[in-house]
Unconditional design. Structure first.
Length: 280
């Protein structure tokens, strides 16, 4: 997946390099993205025709959406498997399996007999954190679920106003999105470690962001163009809240990109002033 994104980024840069500086604008950047994405997806769709011998199966295996709507499959044996006589693609027309019986599954009123079912359930994302963590967090004025009822609010994706000493290790509202998750975790841990060390060295017991700092950070996040992933014209998936209106999406990251965020937070840490935090 990351290689595919890198390829699109390379294509976008090549297109932009051909434009005179006076033509650079959000509109031309978006046009360059659209063209590069379509070009890449055409290559992926053409690969299905080139590998899968049955035209109908090849047609149903083509991804007719932007690359960043979902993760296209790049495995060297996936498409080849559909040339095997014991492999069949069943098109559910996006409706999935209707029923599981004692002997198989039912799709569009027809039963397909099976010896074994493998559930490719993926992973859970976008659900309430209490469901995944197994507990609720209570701050000075209520729970974190209540505080985030209208969307996540933090400073740097690490601190939340009203929840002193609650420190998050995760990418959202920080460098999001960078798919090298360990990079996000290590960088968050570095920020947290220096923050805690500052509090301990100076004898403070609590740390939390000021209201003004948290408000300013959320405003900064919302000022950016947002993400190119999971737009409203994508097929339903967790990237676009299963095709439902997600309201003011507050899961985005630093508007100038992940590299700029890492440079920003490194400078913030190095200053030693911990701007935006209140120590008591």
């Amino acid at each position: 997946m990351q290689d595919g994104w890198t390829d699109i980024a390379r294509r976008i840069r090549a297109r932009i390099a051909l434009l005179p500086p006076e033509d650079l604008s959000p509109a031309t950047m978006l046009a360059a993205y659209e063209e590069s994405d379509f070009e890449k997806m055409e290559e992926i769709r053409a690969r299905a025709d080139a590998i899968v011998r049955d035209p109908g199966t090849a047609r149903n295996l083509k991804a007719w959406y932007r690359q960043l709507c979902k993760r296209p499959c790049f495995h060297d044996e996936y498409l080849q498997a559909f040339n095997s006589p014991n492999t069949h693609l069943v098109d559910t027309d996006g409706k999935g399996v209707e029923q599981i019986t004692a002997t198989g599954v039912v799709v569009a009123g027809r039963e397909y007999e099976l010896d074994c079912i493998i559930y490719a359930s993926g992973f859970e994302v976008g659900t309430p954190y209490t469901r995944r963590a197994g507990f609720e967090v209570t701050g000075r004025a209520g729970t974190l679920s209540e505080y985030w009822a209208d969307g996540m609010r933090t400073l740097h994706g690490i601190h939340a106003r009203g929840f002193p000493n609650l420190l998050f290790v995760q990418p959202t509202q920080g460098a999001n999105l960078i798919s090298n998750v360990p990079h996000n975790i290590v960088d968050s841990a570095r920020t947290i470690a220096l923050t805690v060390k500052h509090a301990v060295d100076l004898g403070f017991c609590t740390v939390e962001p000021s209201q003004d700092a948290e408000d300013a950070w959320v405003t900064l996040l919302l000022s950016g163009p947002g993400t190119m992933i999971g737009g409203p014209d994508c097929t339903p998936g967790y990237y676009n809240n299963e095709g439902q209106d997600s309201g003011a999406f507050l899961g985005r990251g630093y508007p100038y990109g992940p590299s700029a965020y890492f440079a920003y937070i490194d400078k913030w840490r190095a200053s030693g002033t911990f701007d935006g935090l209140e120590f008591r």
